[in-house]
Design a protein around this ligand. Structure first.
Ligand code: CTP
Length: 402
């Protein structure tokens, strides 16, 4: 899907630079032209020869060479690609970008470009948490710079935490979503995911067993086909999809507000397992055991039904509204009724009885319900389920060049 696209890849001076060699290979395999720029620091980690050999393109290393002898000036170079990717983006390079410095080739290209920029930060965990880096990343994000990662885990320096550069497939997914390539290019899709937590008091809450895996898989599949995705998630186990706009919420009320705030969308997919009730008057003080041994009494009130609210909107209703139905009995009958009651276009029903292992597991078995009836999908992984759904969405949108 990226075939024919051009990427200007800036390789900063970090140990993760070795992954950039693989990034060049994977992008080239997909028919992408990668023009590499190796910083002075980057050249301490990978050689100019391996970078240019893998890219099969001229390698650019310093401003002086470019301006004096090259046929292409730095302004032109900064605008010749569809996207500039900085991987690894070191704390130093991010600080330069946030402050508009232009004292070497990489920072000059980043200041001069009119193309989207995606950075893949990579640094020690303390450097990542340092207030200066926090400030810089906030500035970069508000300047419209796209960020992928960093991942959490053990690092080359022996410490553990966030700071590892994102993996190559995640960087490629992010490139796709930034340049929005693929049949869903130009489409904005909202995905809700995960459980909601409804407070009982400041330390206790009502929750459910949703892992958020199916929602995250759907968001990833949409991103890979070029959609712009707003991913609204409760506290889930699954990793957030790289390249989506992430909105983290806790309660159903917050989820509804986030969906309303996400603005008009072409489709909305409600994969979240929203709690049906909240505790009235959940206060600021922890509930204590009563001296008399009496049990606390909770009054529950119904949560807003987000799927129904969006499906029945009078204006700005998404063209396609998709819900899930988690059922334990009479799956088809209950889910068919649910589709009509809520007013959504499609329902993906599944049997979440404990023996199916679907809730929290990696596999799913869907009965797809639309106005033409019920269709049983084979049992498959949650990623495959996501791809099957996304193919249906692409089909429903038809020619999507908006
Ligand atoms: N949903 C929602 N807001 C709610 C409850 C559910 O948006 N307050 C959405 C879910 O994201 C899912 C669909 O509605 O897409 C169905 O959720 P489900 O829990 O199966 O149905 P409920 O409406 O809660 O009905 P019941 O619990 O009675 O089966």
């Amino acid at each position: 899907m990226l075939s024919g696209r051009k990427v200007l890849l800036i390789i900063g001076g970090g140990i993760a630079a070795y992954k950039s060699l693989d990034l060049i290979r994977r992008l080239s395999e997909q028919g992408v032209t990668v023009t590499p720029v190796l910083t002075e620091g980057g050249a301490n980690f990978v050689t100019a020869l391996s970078v240019s050999a893998l890219a099969g393109q001229k390698l650019y290393q310093n401003l002086f060479d470019l301006d004096v002898e090259s046929d292409i000036g730095h302004i032109q170079l900064s605008r010749a690609a569809d996207i500039i990717v900085v991987a690894p983006a070191t704390a130093d390079l991010m600080a330069k970008m946030a402050n508009g410095l232009a004292n070497d080739l990489a920072s000059t290209l980043l200041l001069a470009t009119d193309k989207p920029v995606l950075i893949a930060p990579s640094m020690n965990v303390r450097m990542w948490h340092h207030p200066a880096t926090r400030r810089n990343i906030a500035t970069l994000k508000s300047d419209g710079i796209h960020v992928v990662g960093p991942d959490k885990g053990s690092m080359a320096c022996g410490e553990t935490g966030p700071g590892r550069m994102a993996e190559v497939p995640d960087i490629i997914t992010s490139i796709q979503s930034v340049i929005q390539d693929g049949p869903l290019r130009g489409r904005h899709i909202i995905v809700t995911s995960g459980p909601t937590h409804e407070p009982i008091d400041p330390v206790r809450y009502i929750a459910n067993r949703s892992s958020g895996k199916q929602g995250a898989a759907i968001a990833n599949a949409l991103l890979a086909r070029g959609a712009r995705v707003t991913f609204i998630t409760g506290p889930a186990i699954a990793e957030n999809p790289q390249g989506a706009e992430i909105v983290e919420i806790e309660t159903a009320a917050e989820m509804l507000a986030a969906v309303d705030h996400a603005g008009p969308s072409d489709a909305a997919i409600f994969a979240a397992a929203v709690a049906d009730w909240h505790v009235v008057g959940a206060g600021k003080s922890k509930i204590k055991k009563s001296a008399s041994g009496g049990l606390p009494q909770f009054e529950l009130a119904e949560n807003p039904d987000i799927l129904r609210a969006v499906s029945q909107r009078k204006s700005n209703r998404p063209e396609l509204v998709v819900g899930f139905a988690a059922e334990t009995d009479n799956v088809v009958e209950n889910a068919t009724g649910k589709r009509l009651r809520k007013g959504c276009d499609w329902i993906l029903a599944n049997d979440v009885s404990p023996e199916t292992g679907i809730m929290g597991g990696d596999r799913n078995q869907i009965i797809f319900i639309s106005d033409t009836g019920a269709e049983k999908w084979p049992e498959m992984s949650k990623n495959e389920t996501a791809n099957m759904l996304v193919n249906k969405i692409i089909e429903a949108f038809g020619d999507t060049d908006t």
